[in-house]
Design a protein around this ligand. Structure first.
Ligand code: GLP
Length: 253
């Protein structure tokens, strides 16, 4: 595992975008795993600035709410369209988000898992982490080998995401999420974390026990992981084991 500690959120974007850009340069038809939440926003901004030819790139989102109306501005389909597809100049036909409006969301989840496999798997999966250790929408208690499925959102996750909705009641209670086992099949994982409020959970994920109690701890099971954290999020990483290479990086503007 490689950890980059950078001064601030824009710098997390620059470093992570450099890693994604290198993947796309070496494989113009790369399959990117894309994430929502606030942490990846600077990554997409910085990646757009690379001006790469993204016409052959495919992308799969991690998750989606179940039950929002089509076109709801906070559905991840819309967030991905605004923040990723349009900014990066991706072909919308090559960008997939789980179908949270499907009549049978369980079947939609199974189909999504199969579609990732049929695309040849994900080359690099971008991730954030939630305060309770969730990655994608795999809440504490998720099986380490879980597949894409319908999940019930934890209260803490709904509270954290209420900032995007008019009220807590408007936040959906269910979602479709790639499973931890699905995520672990990506050839490379790239986690972006920022803020002092994530420092404890980041340290728990990277150096605590690998357990469903902290879904982000599955990173320890993957052979090719890069974590990009700002200084505030990295403040408890001192206790990480010796296999972790921490680099202090200051990207040039
Ligand atoms: C959301 C997403 C996750 C994301 C997490 C943290 O619920 N489903 O993919 O990593 O919350 O979001 P943020 O980066 O805004 O803290």
């Amino acid at each position: 595992m490689e950890i980059y500690v950078v001064p601030d959120a824009p710098a997390t974007g620059v470093i992570a975008a450099g890693i994604l850009a290198a993947v796309v340069r070496s494989k113009p038809n790369a399959v990117l795993g894309i994430a929502t939440g606030s942490s990846p926003i600077p990554v997409y901004k910085a990646l757009a600035a690379h001006g790469l030819d993204m016409s052959q790139v495919r992308a799969f989102a991690l998750d989606e709410y179940v039950g929002l109306r089509a076109g709801h501005p906070q559905s991840y389909a819309e967030v991905v369209r605004r923040e990723v597809t349009e900014q990066l100049g991706l072909d919308p036909a090559r960008v997939a988000v789980p179908d949270g409006g499907a009549a049978d969301p369980h079947q939609a989840a199974v189909n999504y898992d199969a579609a990732i496999r049929e695309a040849g798997g994900i080359d690099v999966q971008l991730l954030g982490i939630g305060h309770n250790g969730h990655i994608a929408f795999n809440e504490p208690g998720s099986e380490l080998d879980s597949r894409t499925r319908v999940e019930v959102l934890a209260d803490r996750t709904r509270q954290a995401n209420a900032r995007y909705f008019r009220s807590l009641e408007d936040v959906p209670t269910r979602c479709i999420t790639q499973g931890l086992g699905t995520i672990l099949e990506a050839r490379q994982l790239l986690m972006v974390v920022r803020g002092a409020d994530k420092a404890e959970v980041l340290a728990a994920a990277l150096s605590g026990p690998v357990s469903p109690d902290c879904p982000g701890s599955v990173l320890q099971l993957h052979p090719h992981v890069t974590v990009v954290a700002d200084q505030a999020a990295a403040m408890h990483l001192g206790a990480c084991n010796a296999q972790v290479r921490v680099q202090i990086a200051t990207p040039s503007p």
